[in-house]
Design a protein around this ligand. Sequence first.
Ligand code: DQA
Length: 147
Amino acid sequence: MEKILVIHGPNLNLLGTREPSIYGRLSLAKINQMLKTQARLAKVNLVIKQSNHEGQLVDLIGQARKKKFQGILINPAAYTHTSVALRDAVAACGLSLVEVHLSNIYAREEFRHKSLISPVASGTILGFGAKSYTLGLAALLDIIRLK
Ligand code: DQA
């Protein structure tokens, strides 16, 4: 069975009540439940983490290969636009990685138009709300299984 690491970045623990007109009304627990159901059907093992701390996110990505994960699904949240450390961790990790965003970052403030992660990700899915995650997981599984 493949092992996939799901990483939620800063402030995503607040989903449900955080700016619902942008991020929707589903809580992070609900999104995780959707992903777990999808994983059970696809016969893949998911480990899900959330952190508000850049270094902790870097550590999670850096240790993923050693911990026998085959791929990473990540919403880097605000660090998407700022973190060279996260980008370097992604570039170094040696795993297939899909970046997801709930919102369409290109339709928002200009400072969100640049992702430091996209150039080093296998692919990016954004703008579909919680569905970005399920589409992202499906895409990641395709990449891993077609390898
Ligand atoms: C986000 C978009 C980011 O710009 C923002 O900082 C987030 C969430 C999204 O999922 O739409 O925290 O990654």
